[in-house]
Design a protein around this ligand. Structure first.
Ligand code: KG4
Ligand code: ZN
Length: 354
């Protein structure tokens, strides 16, 4: 089985071709970072226009690199949400056009399901497993029971972890995107010079909150002698911040592991995914905590952790195998929680669709 995947929900335009026996025939990602850098964040209109400019060409490249013709495809998958709606529309409409012209099944994939099923593509991990998804847009702990079967254990009530890194980098004038910049500065810093809070760690459950930590960084900078961080100050604050995030993630993950083991005694794997999983200090703290709790720690390779289309093609392929295809009238969804039962009131919980 061979599926083409298209991802356009945020600031990467991506196309990939993946097979049912877990081979990635092509995986092309075009980052828009340079276009958004002047604004220190993703501008939705710029993102949508850029997807429109590049999607067709990238899809052609992905097919050429895979070395297959359109007739070899068994289906086409695109992110159907959640995400920036203009961008989602570009990728989804393109996929619909291909599906219609080629008479192929369409799979409108939940972007979060793409992340959630990635360890099955990269490492062949069996259900059930526990997933910590930490990126610029997402921050949640999920039990992954099967395709379309997710139990959300917790999520952020305000900022995502990557968002906290990006905002902290901006406060410390370290540049954009913030995660790699904070990690680099932190490498030179003393994590113990400033004491930063570990929000939520005194509470039961698996929810996160990062906005207080960001505020603490702001107060710390304001409290410096002239209210501006020197390179030394920035490095020390970055190190303290990074350690605080790592401690919070480990604390919440331990709670999730205990719940997961009581609900799924056969589950052995804890998987971390998303751009923040690139952080070596966070990986080290998490993997130590996970092993101490008696589970196996897995992190898919970085290019499959950050946003990409191979994960969308793979999730589409898993859905296609089960006959879970979508009609050409599928409407793009700006918000689309993986576990609808996690929020029975139907009200939007901040960060939930992330
Ligand atoms: O998964 P991703 O590429 O895109 C989505 O947000 O979906 O994640 C990007 C996020 C950004 O917030 C970026 O600052 C963060 O991941 N990030 C990092 C590191 N590399 C990227 N955060 C901490 N340390 C890193 N080394
Ligand atoms: Zn993502």
């Amino acid at each position: 089985m061979i599926v083409l995947g298209i991802e356009t929900s945020c600031d990467e335009t991506a196309a990939a071709v993946v097979t049912g026996d877990r081979r990635i025939l092509s995986n092309i990602v075009l980052s828009q970072i340079e276009e958004h850098r002047p604004y220190a964040g993703v501008v939705p209109e710029i993102a949508a226009r850029s997807h429109l400019d590049h999607a067709d060409r990238l899809i052609g490249e992905a097919m050429a690199k895979a070395g297959i013709g359109w007739d070899a495809l068994d289906g086409v998958a695109a992110t159907g949400g959640p995400g920036l709606i203009g961008g989602v529309l570009v990728g989804l409409t393109t996929a619909k056009a291909i599906a219609m012209v080629r008479g192929l099944p369409l799979m409108a994939v939940n972007h979060l399901e793409g992340h959630a099923l990635t360890p099955r593509l990269s490492d062949g991990i069996d259900f059930p497993y526990l997933l910590l998804l930490i990126s610029g847009g997402h921050c949640q702990l999920l039990a992954v029971e099967g395709v379309g079967q997710y139990r959300r254990y917790g999520g952020t009530v305000d900022d995502a972890a990557g968002e906290a890194f990006d905002k902290t980098a901006a406060l410390l004038n370290l540049g954009y995107p913030g995660g790699p910049a904070v990690q680099k500065a932190a490498g030179e810093g003393d994590a113990n010079r400033f004491t930063l809070p570990r929000p939520m760690t005194q509470k039961p459950g698996c929810d996160f909150s990062f906005s207080g930590l960001k505020t603490a960084v702001r107060h710390t900078v304001a409290g410096l002698p002239d209210g501006v961080a020197s390179a030394r100050d920035a490095a020390d604050i970055a190190a303290g911040f990074q350690q605080a995030v790592a401690d919070v993630l480990a604390n919440r993950s331990r709670h999730a592991i205990r719940r997961f083991r009581s609900e799924f005694p056969e589950g052995r794997h804890f998987v971390v995914a998303g751009g923040v999983a690139a952080n070596s200090q966070i990986r080290a703290v998490l993997s130590a905590a996970v092993e101490e709790e008696g589970m196996h720690f897995t992190a898919p390779p970085l290019d499959l952790c950050t946003d990409n289309a191979a994960m969308i093609a793979w999730a589409g392929l898993e859905r296609l195998r089960l006959g879970l295809t979508d009609g050409l009238n599928f409407a793009a969804r700006p918000r689309w929680p993986l576990d609808p039962n996690a929020n029975p009131s139907g009200k939007r919980v901040l960060g939930e669709a992330r």
